[in-house]
Design a protein around this ligand. Sequence first.
Ligand code: NAI
Length: 352
Amino acid sequence: MQDLRIGIIGVGVMGADHAERVVRRISGARLVAVSDPDLPRANALAESLSRPAGIAEQTGAANGSGAIRVIGDPLDLIADAQVDAVIIASPGFAHAEQLMACLEHAKPVLCEKPLTMDTESSLRVVEAEHKLGKQLIQVGFMRRFDPEYAALKELLDSGELGRTLLLHNVHRNKTVPDTFRSEMIVRDSLVHEVDVARWLFDDEIAKITVHAPKPTGLVANGALDPQFAILEMASGAIADVEVFVNFQVGYEVRCEAVAEKGSATIGLGVDVLTKRAGQWGGVVPEDYRARFGTAYDIEVQRWVDATRRGEIDGPSAWDGYAAAAVCTAGIQSLQEGRPVEVEMARKSEVLG
Ligand code: NAI
């Protein structure tokens, strides 16, 4: 079978990370094109990754050899006959149009979260894909591919601990840019735990309350940070989430599941503990690329393998839509200071 020829749209932090991943670590795929309005950035990335780097490529073991084209307009990249599948890593506001173009050209796509910026446009994407009669969209909720989260899911699904009753989640970043406002904490950060709760409970979220405790004094833009969300599942189970994006220390993501006969915690970061100079401890990852590098590798490899079989293997457009609906309600809860019911279409009515 031929290598999957991948085009990446948006080569900022996440897109560049995926580009390097496809070139250096993913088998069965080749990066053939990138697109970004920041042309110098796209050119520099394409040039650096087109150059043979290291022994693997000299022996032909890696898939990175061959020139990577820079295509100015993302819609042209999607339409390009030499591009078999697309990774969208542009900012969220650009996703809806680019996803629709992927569907129009029947191109499989791994779209970074959020699927789109609001519930309505997410639903339009779900409906357009459904009309094609084939799942082409996978959403980049990479926690599902993290070995620790996957082990937790397996444990909970095994029933060994009885029914799962509660989830306690912590999601902290070292810092974020000044442009990261209160709503973005919901739509761009909390959205990951929204997906985790839906996935681990295998249930929809019926109601969300986002509390804004007294904010840290270390952000100048007035963002409500940290936030504390309570997600009420349709079945009655509850998940809570602390999101704190200017934690200063490093990147930290934890999840504790409390079940009838026990609890299970992941994300303790107890990798290597060292003792020196009268102290003991370990390393706190700088950011998500360090913490979830393996998850991204597994996510993209499984997406490539599934795409070559004509399938998806991960969170679907529906999962992206459901998360968008919960985040829309979450932003309303934050603004109005009250619990908000999640409004979303019935799955059976949309997908039959
Ligand atoms: P970024 O700002 O570093 O990069 C975005 C890039 O897209 C920039 O190079 C920009 O020039 C380009 N761009 C702007 N408008 C565009 C358009 N209309 N079409 C194509 N490219 C365009 O942002 P970052 O952090 O890389 O985020 C990109 C996406 O990845 C977002 O959807 C974000 O939510 C998601 N993300 C996902 C993470 C995860 O853990 N799964 C972590 C970080 C980001």
